[in-house]
Design a protein around this ligand. Structure first.
Ligand code: AMP
Length: 309
């Protein structure tokens, strides 16, 4: 089923304890599109400047990402973000955020994107996210959304109005606690689900991800990895794998959402193994299936009660 992705397409400069990069391809919309491209043919809505290399657009297109909705503002500059990770690789400082073209982003939905079944709203201003929803003539069947602390601090009312319109909210544990003002993630989930979404995914970085609906909860671990070079975009990649998997088989039961969490986690585990988007390019279906199998092996408890006592 058709999938539309909205999010930043950016230049990132990243520094981790393992090395640093100059301006490379990044942005939440890029990570989501590349990850979801292994399951669906995503259509991206975003904006870049005249400095954005044609080769990056070609790369997206090679991954079957429809770029008709990627605006190019020839006289302006592409969004730029620079981050430096601490030694634990879990925390980072944002050193530079140059909004550039994103400052006055007016999302335009090409006619060929109308009628989409799945919409993934990457982390952007909640006002822009809501504009996108409103500009669909027919509401997509599933609207999933990511956000961050910045919007909770700076536009809380706008954020709540947008969250109310979505079906799935995908945020990390710190964000869930801030949004709900609850420490317990179970209590946080109850409060957040009362805001409108039917499903909530709470990402816990190297500690996995939780999926909630009003009645059930599911947990998937993160794969213990030997090499972690760069966590940038892991959350977006998770979201891309998650929504891509749902769009592929268009089943939105809780059972299928559980599988989507595992696929999202598998895609995120690839993302961190190299800098930026590098590892997300040209993966094979076999590699993805093998990674998913590793997840399944990791959490198999095939014991009978008598084996344990
Ligand atoms: P994550 O590591 O999942 O938080 O995502 C990192 C990506 O988000 C980077 O590729 C950045 O280009 C992008 N990003 C960082 N800050 C923003 C922002 N304020 N708006 C949109 N995208 C952003």
């Amino acid at each position: 089923m058709s999938l539309v992705v909205v999010g930043s397409v950016a230049f990132d400069a990243i520094e981790t304890p393992f090395g640093k990069t100059d301006k490379i391809l990044g942005g939440a919309g890029t990570f989501i599109s590349l990850a979801s491209s292994y399951f669906a043919e995503p259509k991206i809505i975003s904006v870049v400047g005249g400095d954005f290399p044609e080769q990056y657009i070609k790369l997206l297109e090679k991954h079957n990402v429809n770029t008709e909705g990627l605006q190019i503002k020839k006289q302006e500059k592409t969004f730029f973000w620079k981050g430096i990770y601490h030694n634990d690789m879990n925390s980072r400082d944002t050193i530079v955020t140059e909004l550039n073209v994103l400052e006055n982003f007016n999302p335009i939905i090409p006619d060929s994107y109308q009628g989409a079944d799945f919409l993934m709203l990457g982390n952007l201003s909640p006002v822009v996210q809501r504009q996108v929803i409103k500009r669909f003539k027919k509401r997509p069947k599933i609207i999933a959304m990511d956000t961050m602390n910045f919007w909770m601090n700076n536009s809380p009312d706008e954020l709540l109005k947008t969250i109310e319109l979505t079906d799935v909210l995908i945020i990390n544990d710190e964000e869930a606690r801030q949004l709900s003002k609850e420490y317990s993630l179970v209590k946080a989930a109850k409060k957040i689900l009362a805001l409108g979404p039917k499903y909530l995914v709470i990402k816990k970085g190297e500690h996995g991800a939780l999926l909630f609906d009003k009645k059930e909860v599911f947990f998937a671990p993160a794969l213990p990895l030997e090499d972690i070079f760069d966590p940038t975009g892991a959350g977006d990649t998770f979201a891309g794998g998650f929504i891509g998997y749902l769009a592929k088989n268009s089943d939105i039961s809780f059972e299928n959402m559980k599988r989507a969490v595992i696929y999202g986690s598998a895609m995120a585990s690839f993302c961190v193994e190299k800098f930026g988007t590098e590892k997300l390019i040209g993966l094979s279906q076999k590699e993805i299936t093998q990674r998913v199998m590793e997840f399944i092996d990791l959490v198999q408890f095939n014991y009978k009660l008598r084996d344990l006592f």
